[in-house]
Each structure stands twice: as C-alpha cells, then as structure tokens.
Design a protein around this ligand. Structure first.
Ligand code: APR
Ligand code: ZN
Ligand code: ZN
Length: 376
C-alpha cells in the first residue's frame, strides 16, 4: 500500500481527560516496527469498560488516551518479522495476547498470557513507546488497542486473523463483551445440559452469558436486572424467567432459592458490582453451585465463608476463558453458521463523530451495543 512505512494522519476520538467528552482530532500513527501490525479499523463497538475508565476509574494517569477495544479491521501494513499477516487480511485486535510460548499459553487451563496488556496495565501496545501522537503529544492506547482511531499499531500476538467474508461491523463484538459473557457460561462455569442458571446484569456481557447458558443446554435461565427494559432482549437470547431485584422486599438470593428448590446450579455476575457478586454467590445451591465473576470493578468484596464451606465454587473469568487467537476464528464461524447470535446485540449504529452520543446512550442504559463506523 502507498502508506506503508509512512506516518499516517487520520481521525480518532481522543479522551484528553476523565469526565470530559471525547474530541475528534487528527492524529499521527507511526509505521509498525518489529513484530507489529498497522490496522485500518473499520468498525468498533463501545463497551462498558470504556465508561469505567472515563468516569469511574480512580487512576487518572491513563490520559490522554484513545479508547475502544471491540474493533475489527483490515491490515494496512506489517513490520519486520511478521509472517502470518499481510495487507488486506481481516483481523480483530484484542487486549489479551496469546504469545504461544509462555507457561500460561502452553497450558490448556487458562487464557492468561504472560505478555498480555493485562499484566502491565500500561496503555501502550507498541511498548515502550506509543505510535499515536496528537498536537505534538504522545497518546495512550487504551487496553493496548485504541480502536476509536482509523488506524492503530499493535503487536502481532494481539491480532487475530478471521475469515475473509466476515462482516466487520458485527464480528467486532467478539473482541470483548459478547465473548466474555458467552465463554463465562460455556468455558468457566461449564454450564451443563438441564441445569438451572441465573445471569445478573443484562448488558452485552450478560446477554452473551444467557446465550452461552442456552447453547450449553440449560433448562431454565433466570435473567436478573434492575432495568426492566432489558428483559425483552434477554428472552431473545434464551432467558426463560426475568427478575427485577427491586420488585421484591427480600434479597434476590432468597427469591431464587424459593423458585428453584434451594438455589441455581450456575450464577454469573455480569454487572461489575460487589453487592451483586455476593448476591450471585448466595443464589447458588449449596453442595455444587458455581458462581462466576465476570463484571469488572476495583472495589473489594466480602462473603461469608459458609458460602464456600457448604460446597459452592466462586470463580472469575477473563474474556470468557477463551484463548483468543485460537477461539475467535471459530466464534466468527459460529456466527456465520448461525450457532451464535451477534446482530441481536446491536441496538444502534453511528459514525465515529457521534461517539459522545453513543457514550450517553450506554451510560443511561439505553443501548446494548452501539457499532461505530470508524473508517469508510
Ligand atoms: N442488579 C442487576 N443488574 C444491574 C445492577 C444490579 N444491582 N446494576 C446494574 N445492573 C445492570 C444494568 O442495568 C445493565 O443492564 O447491569 C447491566 C450492565 O450492562 P452494561 O452497562 O451494558 O455493561 P456490559 O458492557 O454488559 O459490561 C458489564 O462487564 O466487562 C465488564 O466492565 C464491564 O463491569 C462491566 C460488565
Ligand atoms: Zn503467552
Ligand atoms: Zn470490553
């Protein structure tokens, strides 16, 4: 391509500081270095984690930054030492690496990778320097991806090649939220046929979990949310019962215990709230109940030891336990063959310029996922 090896000037939504609207700016994106890939981002959805960083996070060092980590695009150029990708390949950049060489990558038990962004929590992908600059300043790359930019540079161990006929404006959803919820049910919880499940929180993560419970053969799926507008969608994904904890004068765990003869087999917390995590654990049946923490928060939580002593298991999951380089191409295929739903998560479509409207919609609980067209 004509741009290979050169600095590209393009549009991006820059978050200059917390609690402020994003600003559409012209930025410079440097060429990819050793082991790096420059990607033209075609579409990206907005995930709750962006809102967390922008409005709720306690660490204000992560600015100025370019948010976005559920994107999909096309390889523009590759740096030296990149053999598995070529310009024109359709790809999904992700925040969890799969280097293939570390102790964790070699174990089938986990999708953690020693080289993941998640271990460093430095919002730079082309470590130790960013390839983004704007108005003469270096700009961070949130979660190492930064997909609210027309171009990004990212190391190859974070890039997943997908089918040539995959629709990028839909499969971008697989980069985080949907895969997280879906995998939490099918991988981490290990939902079994005929089981009874409860999913707390019905955003894209929770709806992905409902879909996972259904595909794993659960016979009853309780969908729990304080926003009743989410119930209709939950039924589309397979929920058999819907519950609003605010509608009861006793804890939701007691309500579920009464409805299920002592508690559910599997519960999944997809909110990112420690009170809800506790409620989800308490909603499981003693003896064998499994509760999975999916939603992220940096708050501490507590629980009574008897909850675990009585035989329950409390687990957490990151990106649904999927080793993404191995699993995303399969999930894309599952979407193309109708095994999993993606279109149903999309409630809004907007251009990058409307990103602050998309943030408002998510913040006020009016959207499940908004797909932003990043480049045309
Ligand atoms: N009980 C039940 N549901 C709740 C509660 C509560 N106390 N509080 C909020 N919710 C619901 C909201 O009404 C909303 O429907 O949780 C849902 C959260 O959905 P989104 O905001 O759309 O978030 P999502 O993108 O699905 O992510 C969920 O996973 O990746 C993490 O950081 C992310 O913590 C977030 C979580
Ligand atoms: Zn690794
Ligand atoms: Zn996310």
């Amino acid at each position: 391509m004509a741009t290979a090896g050169k600095v590209i000037k393009c549009r991006a939504a820059v978050a200059w500081k917390p609690n402020a609207p994003l600003v559409i700016e012209e930025i410079e994106v440097g060429p990819p270095q050793e082991g790096e890939i420059r990607i033209k981002i075609v579409a990206s959805s907005l995930c709750h984690t962006e809102l967390f960083h922008l409005f709720e996070g306690k660490d204000n060092r992560g600015f100025p930054t370019i948010l976005g980590h559920e994107g999909a695009g096309v390889v523009e150029s590759v740096g030296p030492g990149v053999a598995d990708f070529k310009p024109g390949d359709k790809v999904i950049p992700v925040s969890a690496a799969q280097c293939g060489e570390c102790r964790f990558c070699k174990s089938p038990k986990t999708n953690l990778c020693e080289r993941s962004w998640l271990n460093y929590h430095v919002d730079l992908m082309s470590y130790p320097t960013t390839r983004f600059t704007c108005r003469g300043q270096p700009i961070l790359q949130f979660t190492g991806t930064g997909t609210f930019s027309e171009y990004i540079v990212i190391r190859q161990m974070y890039v997943v090649k997908i089918a040539d006929d995959a629709p990028l404006d839909r499969v971008c959803l697989l980069g985080c939220g949907v895969s997280t919820g879906y995998g939490a049910a099918v991988n981490t919880a290990g939902v079994t046929p005929g089981s009874v499940c409860a999913v707390f929180g019905l955003g894209a993560v929770g709806l992905g979990a409902v879909m996972g419970c259904k595909n794993a053969g659960a016979s009853r799926i309780f969908a729990v949310d304080i926003n009743e507008k989410k119930f209709e969608k939950a039924k589309v994904f397979g929920a058999t019962d819907v519950l609003n904890p605010k509608a009861y004068d006793k804890p939701i765990s007691e309500v579920l215990a009464e409805l299920t003869n002592g508690g559910v087999d599997f519960s999944l917390e997809c909110v990112g709230n420690t009170e809800v995590s506790r409620a989800a654990l308490e909603s499981c049946v003693k003896g064998w109940g499994v509760s999975v923490l999916v939603g992220y928060t940096d708050a501490d939580f507590s629980a009574k030891p008897i909850q675990l002593i009585s035989g329950k298991t409390w687990k957490g999951t990151l990106l649904g336990g999927f080793k993404l380089k191995d699993s995303l191409p399969k999930l894309v295929n599952d979407y193309m063959t109708g095994k999993i739903m993606l279109d149903e998560f999309i409630t809004h479509k907007m251009d990058l310029e409307q990103i602050n409207d998309a943030i408002h919609l998510m913040k006020t609980g009016q959207c499940i996922r908004c797909i932003l067209t990043i480049s045309k």
